[in-house]
Design a protein around this ligand. Sequence first.
Ligand code: ADP
Ligand code: MG
Length: 238
Amino acid sequence: MGRIVLDQVKKRFGDVTVIPELDLEIEDGEFVVFVGPSGCGKSTLLRLIAGLEDVTDGKIVIDGTDATEVPPARRGLAMVFQSYALYPHMSVRKNIAFPLRMARLAPAEQKRRVEQAAEVLNLTDYLDRRPGQLSGGQRQRVAIGRAIVREPSAFLFDEPLSNLDAALRVGMRLEISELHKRLKTTMIYVTHDQVEAMTMADKIVVLQAGVIEQVGSPLELYRRPRNTFVAGFIGSPK
Ligand code: ADP
Ligand code: MG
């Protein structure tokens, strides 16, 4: 579970081509980072995988099934939004349970999953608080909890840390990496931050104008950048 293949994926908005044609394979359990400058198509790519946008052409295959035929809610993927997407009037418990309530899961199962996620995320003592009574890092963990309870085959993160301050970002980076080690679930993580890419990824996908410039491990990209764009972006010595 969690193997995602993009096969000649194209995306246009009206006359504007955002993704000319893109092929990519993501293995089960991989931590893949999409990195590139603002406007290069990272969010679009994530939204295509999530099913929040339709591909113009090509297909996305998730665990052997052509996802282009499957509605977003049934793709088995969970998107993690920035923490400001929490409901301020709901308790942490209700925020985390929200997708399960929508799916009408049995209350006992909802409770089990919420408490398990809270334990993984160190939120057990905060379940009855509201988001406004939490620190920035705790709020971001609640947003992640809301994805964990769905028990997805892959997590999709779109710049989840970009509204946190620098010190908190470092801590959350470590926490998300720890979470990946613990769950061993595929994670696709979008960022424009080279440091996040280099420190978190098993595999980095460097994008420029909707085109993959290079795919490789952080070390491969650092040692053997394919072109000056990758070298400049990753901060390689040459
Ligand atoms: P990134 O996340 O890398 O900053 P995006 O995927 O958000 O980039 O955007 C890539 C390009 O696609 C940008 O030029 C953006 O303006 C355009 N774009 C994104 N969504 C839409 C949309 N719904 N309609 C028209 N253009 C869009
Ligand atoms: Mg974006």
